[in-house]
Ligand binder design. Structure first.
Ligand code: NAD
Length: 478
């Protein structure tokens, strides 16, 4: 369904994120016929380019970052005609009046802040002082949204000076993933799961976001944040909220976000026995985390595993294990709901027991698997095995997996439609930092040193031990 006509300004339109994700994503929406033929995209950045050069940059980005079969020269040509460029300095006054002159009056206006967060306040202020944005305009802001509660509050305050909360779209691309939205469809569109979705039937839940890449060239930058700030406070926390929240009364922005906020506020503090932090070791030909970070004494974690508890009626007693890290064995993101054993085996213990498990895969190959117990086929008597009921979205939808995995394009279309459901509200972000800050402060105060782990492994041994202590085990990263 095509969206209404719009002018979208991308601040930082020549940057890495714009070239890798935002612009190729918009091109795919254009190809899908979702972008009205008159819609316009205006790149705005400090670099000295004109529109022709910007179009060349975008063309190269589409060829590099869109899957091959969507690269049709004629379509790319038509898409590029929708593009303009304006040179602006977020911290100066140059270029803003030119930008104003480019904007049309009677269409939806959206401003994507794909720049460093230190520029958010400057851009918001100039959009207003130059009379470019009005009270219907939408702004999209990228992560990181602060590095602690204090900085997040300051960012929220800077934006709130000029824009109402209903105009602010804080993006977390994990929420735009097909599987994440499907998680809500599975939970709230079926009668099967929700009655079992509580501590009476769920033994525990695991959320894993494993990456194979190290911090590489971004080492020094990454060293100022670490896995907790970079991944847990935002992406893993969002996944945790969606899996744990109460059913919202409607699939509407504030209904959903009110429920997510309640989950964050119900998170218990974690003591240090239930947090494992790690740093990857060097291999024969690749540097260690500390070498990548350029600091031989760095105490920043490239891996973290946590055992979280949610103090509410539904989840009391069910642990949520969160784990994320760099240079792990495989690129794999998964939410696994591990159900309890059936209360009694009528087949006897020798038949074997298998707990049901629902696995929701975010990458690679988005999809879901439900493990159910059946009889082992054949004449060998009543032995039980578990088999997967498997659904891969790529296969089910008959599309190229690459095409459905990209979340940015879906979220940008939600911005144009004015739907904030899959965007973080200011109070959610602050609540997440309010939970995260004391954990970070406590390990900093203790002088905690991350445990070394072998590169391309499953992380430090201590993370496995944390679960073994209570008779559980991590899902294999594969
Ligand atoms: P980048 O350094 O590649 O690009 C920055 C862009 O901002 C460039 O277009 C540059 O011209 C513009 N810019 C810089 N200073 C400016 C100024 N004073 N006035 C106007 N424009 C200015 O950065 P990036 O990797 O594209 O990241 C942009 C934002 O997105 C950052 O907040 C980053 O944390 C966030 N982010 C990036 C990624 C990613 O994969 N690159 C992922 C998630 C979030």
């Amino acid at each position: 369904i095509p969206v209404d006509d719009f002018d979208l300004v991308i601040f930082g339109g020549t940057g890495d994120l714009a070239r890798r994700k935002i612009l190729p994503g918009l091109y795919r929406r254009f190809c899908a016929g979702q972008m009205p033929p008159t819609a316009r995209i205006i790149g705005a950045a400090r670099s000295e380019h004109d529109t022709e050069e910007f179009r060349r940059i975008v063309r190269a980005a589409i060829l590099e970052f869109s899957s091959k079969h969507s690269c049709d020269e004629a379509l790319i040509g038509d898409f590029l005609k929708r593009l303009d460029y304006v040179q602006v300095d977020a911290r100066g006054e140059d270029g803003w009046d030119a930008l104003k002159g480019m904007m049309r009056d009677d269409v939806i206006k959206a401003y994507y802040f794909s720049v460093a967060p230190s520029l958010f306040g400057d851009i918001a202020e100039r959009l207003m002082s130059h009379g470019i944005a009005d009270d219907k305009a939408r702004i999209v802001v990228e992560k990181p949204f602060g590095r602690d509660l204090k900085t997040a509050k300051a960012l929220n305050r800077d934006l709130a000076k000029h824009f109402d909360e209903t105009q602010i779209y804080r993006i977390d691309h994990y929420l735009g993933k097909e599987t994440v939205q499907n998680l809500m469809a599975v939970r709230f569109g079926n009668i099967l799961f929700e009655p079992l979705w509580n501590s009476q039937y769920v033994d525990h839940i695991q959320i894993t976001v494993a990456e194979t890449v190290g911090v590489g060239g971004r080492g020094e930058y990454y060293d100022r944040s670490g896995a907790m700030r970079d991944m847990v406070q935002n992406h893993l926390m969002q996944l945790l909220c969606l899996i744990a929240m109460e059913p919202p009364s409607r699939f509407e922005p504030d209904s959903v976000r009110d429920e997510k906020l309640k989950v964050i506020r119900a998170l218990e503090p974690i003591d240090h026995h239930h947090i494992v932090r790690g740093q990857y070791d060097a291999t024969d030909d690749e540097p260690s985390y500390r070498e990548d970070a350029g600091d031989p004494r760095s105490r920043t974690e490239s891996f973290i595993a946590l055992r979280c508890m949610i103090s509410n009626w539904r989840w009391a007693g069910t642990p949520f294990f969160l784990r994320t890290g760099k240079k792990l064995k495989a690129r794999n993101s998964e939410i696994a709901v591990v159900f309890k054993d059936a209360p009694h085996s009528i087949f006897g213990e020798e038949a074997g027991r298998h707990a049901n498990l629902l696995s929701i895969r975010l990458q690679p190959n988005e999809g879901m698997t439900l493990k159910v117990t059946i009889k082992e086929p054949g004449p060998g008597g009543m032995r039980l095995i578990d088999v997967p009921l498997d659904m891969s979205f790529a296969e089910a939808l008959g599309e190229d997996a690459e095409e459905i995995t990209d979340a940015y394009e879906r979220l940008i279309m939600d911005v144009i439609r004015g739907n904030q459901t899959l965007f973080m509200r200011g109070d959610e972000v602050e609540a997440a930092w309010a939970w995260t800050d004391p954990l970070i402060e406590s390990w900093e105060a203790r002088g905690d040193v991350p445990k070394p782990y072998e590169a391309y492994s499953s992380g430090p041994e201590e993370a496995a031990i944390m679960l073994h202590r209570e008779g559980r085990r991590w899902r294999e990263i594969k």
